[in-house]
Design a protein around this ligand. Structure first.
Ligand code: ATP
Ligand code: MN
Length: 478
């Protein structure tokens, strides 16, 4: 193991008078004397003091923004404000030079768009350092939450032959010649000759396989990448995103909602506790960004208050039908301020409606239940009214939908009937239907979009800024 000390650990000590070795990248070098050194362990920099005349000019010239250096020296109390200790350099080695005339990341504010084009280097900024440390914590917290509750982490396949949602927005996986694929007698692509002997695609959700696990292990969760070829260039959609999908046997919709709410609160609390510096930094970043906006578009709560508020309040639970009534009667709708006006019952809610309910009406996270069956997937449990299903969506301020879930239809006849109505081939999903044939029971689950969660906790505005290497239409660099 390397003998170097991480800057985060060093900044937490109050001791002085001992020697350390630190390594990192130069953020700034002021007055030929003060190096701000960052090693990514924290967004706080360590101040290195270079005594005048202790190093030759040649070395000093190479201490440029972005250069990798190693410093050994004594830890001393800091006279500057903002830090308790600093390091008086005894030896200093340039590990990797960084030419300031061509290095894209300068010690100034860069736009998020510029940094997206330089995503290979954006980890080196305060903002992205903070975002990806928070992302890491949230990911760990997700596992900890489920592991503490005895859930089994189940790895569902990335390549599947099913389109779980029946929405058809999938990426094909094939080894057939794209120019001249083999054809059947009727002129269609002959997938029998393909690698898997059938048409396959990247998974859009691990749910169906997750349910198979739950029907034996009781409580499972998946946490993996999912792929959707939806051509939506929004700030909330990626073509490759990570999803957390728990499935629980013997759970009804209420149990499902309780679990989802507990999970969200747990992971947010975890990040607040373990990433206090990062979130503080991101809070200030957001305040700065919002100064550019007109007063009415700024948030009433700052990022910290917003996260705390989310922990301190029960999410509002109501049915889709109740929500439609609220929206229809809202001044917003009457004054035609929605792009899509709410005319009546049955249509899907747009993100503007979801955000109105959360941000304007209830002013807190909302769980909507019992959606019309026409706008939801085939596997959701049908209510006795014949019109709605036991679905639940969780809507978050600034985000819209963050969780989509339901109690699953466990009755074979009802499920088959719904699949037939929706044109979903029951033969292909024989294995899924087998769980309803052999020991079926009440069960439920949901999908939490991990990047939407990271968006919420970091206060970032674009989903492409919370995943290291975003995949979106016409975007697959790096
Ligand atoms: P939306 O209506 O926002 O497109 P959806 O109804 O398609 O979402 P689900 O199929 O229920 O979403 O997926 C579960 C969760 O996955 C969503 O609640 C959301 O958090 C997340 N999610 C869905 N699509 C995307 C995407 N393209 N990029 C990132 N996250 C997504
Ligand atoms: Mn979608």
């Amino acid at each position: 193991m390397s003998q170097r000390t991480k800057i985060k650990a060093l900044l937490q000590t109050e001791d002085t008078g001992f020697e350390v070795t630190v390594k990192g990248w130069v953020r700034t070098f002021r007055n030929n004397q003060f190096i701000a050194l960052n090693d990514g362990s924290t967004n706080n920099n360590l101040q290195i003091v270079v005594a005048l005349d202790s190093f030759d000019d040649e070395t000093l010239k190479r201490i440029t923004t972005g250069a990798a250096i190693s410093v050994t020296g004594e830890v001393v109390p800091s006279l500057g404000k903002g830090q308790k200790v600093e390091v008086k350099a005894k030896t200093l080695e340039i590990l990797g030079d960084c030419d300031p005339t061509t290095y894209p990341i300068q010690p100034k504010k860069h736009s998020l768009e510029f940094l997206r084009d330089n995503a290979h280097l954006r980890f080196r900024t305060n903002t992205f350092g903070a975002v990806f440390r928070v992302r890491n914590s949230l990911s760990f917290a997700v596992h900890q939450f489920f592991q503490e509750r005895g859930f089994v982490y189940l790895h569902t396949p990335v390549i599947t032959a099913s389109d779980a949602e029946g929405a058809g927005e999938t990426f094909r996986v094939t080894t057939l010649d794209p120019i001249k694929p083999p054809l059947t007698e009727t002129g269609e692509v002959d997938f029998k000759q393909d690698f898997f002997g059938k048409a396959t695609n990247l998974t859009v959700s691990g749910q169906l396989e997750g349910e198979l696990g739950a029907m034996a292990l009781s409580d499972i969760y998946t946490f993996g990448p999912t792929f959707r070829a939806e051509n939506s260039n929004t700030t909330r959609h990626l073509a490759e995103f990570w999803m957390i999908e728990p499935e629980m046997a013997f759970y009804n919709l209420n149990d499902n909602m309780d679990l989802a709410e507990a999970l969200l609160k747990y992971v947010i609390a975890y990040a607040l506790k373990h990433n206090a510096d990062d979130i503080e930094f991101l809070k200030d970043r957001l305040l700065e960004e919002e100064k550019q906006k007109p007063q009415q578009d700024r948030s009433e709560l700052n990022l910290l208050e917003k996260l705390q508020f989310c922990l301190d309040n029960d999410f509002e639970r109501l049915t889709y039908t109740e929500a439609i009534d609220i929206l229809k009667e809202s001044n917003h709708n009457k004054k035609k301020k929605f792009q899509y006006l709410i005319e009546g019952w049955g249509t899907d809610l747009q993100s503007e409606h979801e955000r109105y309910l959360v941000e304007k009406h209830f002013k807190k996270p909302v769980i909507l239940t019992d959606y019309p069956k026409e706008i939801k997937a085939f596997y959701m449990r049908q209510n006795d009214d014949g019109k709605t299903v036991r679905a639940m969506d969780i809507l978050f301020p600034g985000i819209g939908e963050i969780v989509g879930g339901s109690q699953r239809e466990e009755r074979l006849d009802k499920l088959e009937q719904r699949m037939n109505e929706m044109g979903i081939p029951t033969e292909e999903l024989w294995w899924y239907l087998d769980t309803r044939r052999f020991g079926a029971c009440e069960h439920a689950g949901f999908g939490l979009g991990f990047e939407r969660l990271v968006l919420f906790v970091t206060g970032m505005g674009n989903i492409r800024d919370v995943i290291p290497f975003p995949r979106a239409p016409k975007t697959a660099e790096f």
